[in-house]
Design a protein around this ligand. Sequence first.
Ligand code: PLP
Length: 462
Amino acid sequence: MSDQRPIPTAAGRAASDERIETPATHEVATWQHRYGDALLGVFGTPKTVLVRGEGVYVWDADGTRYLDLLAGIAVNALGHAHPTLTGAIGAQLATLGHVSNFFATPTQVALAERLLTRTGAPEGSRVFFTNSGTEANEAAFKIARRNRGEDGRRTRIIALEGSFHGRTMGALALTSKAAYREPFEPLPGGVEFVPAGDLAALEAAFAADGEGGPDASTVAAVFLELVQGEGGVLPLPEGYLARARELTSAHGALLIVDEVQTGMGRTGHWLALQDPALGGGVVPDVVTLAKGLGGGFPIGAVVTYGERGSHLLSPGQHGTTFGGNPVAAAAALATIGVIERDDLLASVTAVGEHIRSQVRGMAGEGPLVTGVRGAGLLIGVQLAADVAAQVTDLAQRDGFIVNAVSPSVVRLAPPLVITREQVQPFLDWLRDLNADPASRGVRLPTADDLPTDDLPTYEEPR
Ligand code: PLP
């Protein structure tokens, strides 16, 4: 039987705050062991066990402090334990914690209204609340299924290679990676994948409709991310979205944009769609949101744009117990309120550009870093070889939480409240590592090396 010591309490904090950079004691190791004995092993061994957070920092059970440059994978928009957020959650919970969807709450309605204005949704648009990103995409999938056309022939959904839309069966059917899909087949049918960014392939998917006008179309929806987050922080090329809009409009298909990772300020705009370089003024039919929306409190949302997408689901065709929960809605309203009050969209743009320009400058200064991409505070650092997992482990050892999103890409998705000064120690660290990776054991392959099969595998996205 594993150690049954109690979870460290707030009373123990002061003492643990004093401890910095202790070598691994049995505290983290014990919790990791107990985790392994109690939790389903789908995530592997946790990298450490975190006990508290404040602003852009978190502490583990050994008392080690980390600069959190991942924010729960693009979730903790306001950092940790933000007083406005905790205050709003506490106040709502103390007033009214949950009601069934037979009833409504002012908090839920206010959040829906706020989302409609911030996302620039036109008259007639609507919101459906969920608890997570995958559930938002399930709802969007069902909306697409209802876009059958008069003769019921619209059953195909076009998704992109490299996509990640979630782990439940419908969202998984829209996710391209074979290793995620194959163990769970058969998945909901009708989904076809085309190479991301390849306009000719997208056009060919519509051409497969055969002759005839728009009414002959068999495509119900195109589903895409503007920056493929889990795919390696890969933005779609300019012009792709606009052409996808033209094709979907011409053929009666829906354009569904998954902004679960990119939405709610992450790119320096409420939606990546509002970034001229990414969205180019395109108006979609459906947008899905989650992650940063509640600042760390679980909530997702589907925004249907205009009358068309808003009336495909009729009463009784979809629902959820927790969707629209007033505490979650209060968390999202508080998060949006702080983003507005503290002008965080401008800060995200400025700090993101600072990080990218510094990392860009490192490419060429040393052998490790070769480039940078992304938007706002969703950033991919491209490495020269498949060593992202090793770099991530070294970063953690030195007090920085980042993520190996693909074998050769390190992802940064810090809290939106992070400042240049706070991120600078990491940039200095990366510059040092880049100058001499071999001194930290990061071995980059040379022309004489064999293929990289024996290099560490990257972390699985959640
Ligand atoms: N869509 C995108 C673009 C995502 O990045 C993710 C999660 O990483 C999801 C959907 C799934 O969201 P969740 O993990 O909240 O179900």
